[in-house]
Design a protein around this ligand. Structure first.
Ligand code: NDP
Length: 245
């Protein structure tokens, strides 16, 4: 059994990863996010469908460095060895030209998508010391490869994730840790609603004229990435809805 730590497991891609990996009977799941109640609901769904899958949930705000450090250091003894980290927690807030952007939105995106990913990685790597096949998967984005109108700060955070993935691949090579970036185009999750602060109409309009990816599509790709033989690493995978330009 390989133990997988998934950040942002309370919805969307993180939740789908938990469910797809649970269905494969070779993973134990450490699930975290800020919404603990939602994590417990997902745990119940998983354990009803796959009773032999071990799941442990805990609350974590990836922006809180001290909380990340203390929580990881104090995991129950049987959960202190991690094989796989899926750095998935992230968000976009606002879609405004740079001169009209909210500095609060900028802080939330930078603190979550960049600093949060760094904190989680720093304090999770020691948990991977005993793993025979350690692997980190970062959720990048098409926004980390190009910049689109009004995407400014979100795109900058995902470009940072792209750079950090490359840096981790170099720095963690001596520890034998594989590092992969999975970079989706549009995925229909809570992401769009979070971006537009609960405006469901605006959130839905984003997908007009295309069939977006689902969280499950991305989770199945991550499952494929994780199941390659030891000598094979997928460095970077860009995954788009067929109809997205
Ligand atoms: P969701 O909004 O559905 O999920 C985001 C997850 O991140 C939630 O579980 C949320 O949990 C968690 N999260 C947000 N802030 C924090 C925080 N401070 N601490 C801990 N957890 C946090 O969106 P997606 O599933 O779509 O997004 C997952 C990842 O995929 C993100 O990194 C996103 O940038 C990336 N991505 C998404 C795309 C899309 O079109 N949907 C496209 C490309 C990349 P909670 O609120 O409970 O803390």
């Amino acid at each position: 059994m390989r133990t997988v730590l998934i950040t942002g497991a309370s919805s969307g891609i993180g939740e789908a990863c938990a469910k797809v990996l649970a269905s494969e009977s070779r993973y134990r799941l450490l699930l975290c996010a800020r919404r603990l109640q939602r994590l417990h609901e997902i745990q119940s769904e998983i354990q009803e469908l796959f009773p032999s899958c071990d799941v442990f949930c805990f609350e974590l705000d990836v922006r809180d460095r001290e909380q990340v450090e203390n929580t990881f250091a104090n995991l129950p003894v049987e959960w202190r060895d991690v094989d796989i980290l899926i750095n998935n927690a992230g968000l976009s807030q606002g879609l405004d030209p740079i001169h009209e952007g909210s500095t609060g939105d900028w802080d939330r995106m930078i603190d979550t998508n960049v600093k949060g990913l760094l904190y989680v990685t720093k304090y999770a790597v020691p948990l991977m010391e005993n793993s025979p096949a350690p692997h980190i998967v970062n959720l990048g984005s098409i926004a980390g490869k190009e910049v689109y109108p009004n995407g400014n700060v979100y795109c900058a955070t995902k470009h940072a994730v792209d750079a950090l993935t490359q840096a981790m691949r170099i720095d963690l090579l001596t520890k034998g840790i594989k590092v992969t970036s999975v970079d989706p185009g549009m995925v229909e999750t809570e992401f769009s609603e979070v971006r537009f602060k609960g405006d469901k109409e605006r959130a839905k309009a984003v997908y007009k004229g295309i069939t977006p990816l689902s969280g499950q599509d991305i989770a199945e790709i991550i499952s494929f990435v994780l199941s390659r033989p030891a000598h094979v690493n997928i460095n970077d995978l860009l995954v788009m809805p067929t109809a997205q330009a």
